[in-house]
Write a protein that binds this ligand. Structure first.
Ligand SMILES: [Mg+2]
Length: 234
């Protein structure tokens, strides 16, 4: 399946934003989209909740947040209560997350065909960027030459706000020197990828190689669902 030729007709009938045949850039989530999903989010969350508890905070108020947002919210609360603890909590929380990310990265790898997919996209003059909440060291551990394969790698260190905030995608578009998301595709395995993509006006592709079921991605509003990311060119 090649979305730039065979599927063009069906994509048009789905009324994607803009002409899909003239896509100028594709933004990719990383874990579960380009690489096997090995990050133990359960361990990350329970580790953070236990850290919160150690700082005397009520875990109930934070347990439904994503890990990075949990750290931000808790360190903000600590800042109000005991300012001296805020920075040390943040440092410990981020170290805990990174340790779990690196553990996942050491046993991780890209999905088959991803490197070739980037070559094909480059030959078609389509700009590419990775947009991930993961840290650069973990992405670089899984794919050491990632920066030569795509035009931008926007891990959490390189953006002020991370997904699901659309500012993360806006940072990538800015890096690619693209003014708007209209002729852009956002592809990912999580509803937050779809939500963030829609927020910048991108055409959104949900992939079934990671976190989500088809229903979850459709409910988030994905324009297209694919079994795996390399289906966009092969
Ligand atoms: Mg993902």
């Amino acid at each position: 399946m090649d979305i730039f030729s065979n599927q063009k007709q069906s994509l048009r009938t789905m009324e994607p934003p803009g002409d899909f045949g003239s896509v100028t850039a594709i933004l990719f989530d990383f874990d579960g989209t380009l690489a096997h999903l090995n990050v133990d989010f359960g361990a990350m969350k329970s580790g953070l909740l236990s850290l919160l508890s150690g700082y005397g905070l009520d875990t109930g108020a934070f347990k439904n947040l994503y890990a990075l947002e949990m750290i931000e919210a808790a360190s903000e609360e600590l800042k109000q209560k005991r300012a001296a603890d805020s920075d040390s909590f943040r440092t410990q929380g981020l170290a805990l997350i990174k340790e779990i990310e690196m553990e996942g990265a050491r046993k991780g790898c890209l999905f088959a065909g991803v490197e070739e997919m980037f070559r094909v996209l480059k030959n078609r003059n389509i700009k590419t960027s990775i947009v991930t909440r993961n840290c650069f060291d973990a992405v670089n551990c899984i794919c050491p030459d990632i920066e030569s394969r795509c035009d931008a790698v926007i891990t959490r260190e390189f953006t002020v706000r991370v997904k699901p905030h659309p500012g993360h995608l806006a940072t990538a578009l800015e890096r690619l020197k693209i003014g708007s998301g209209e002729r852009t595709v956002m592809a990912g395995d999580h509803p937050m990828d779809i939500n963030a993509g829609r927020a910048v006006g991108a055409y959104t592709i949900g992939v079934l190689s990671g976190f989500s079921t088809e229903d979850l991605l459709r409910d988030a509003g994905a324009d297209l669902i694919m079994e795996k990311i390399t289906d966009i060119v092969f």
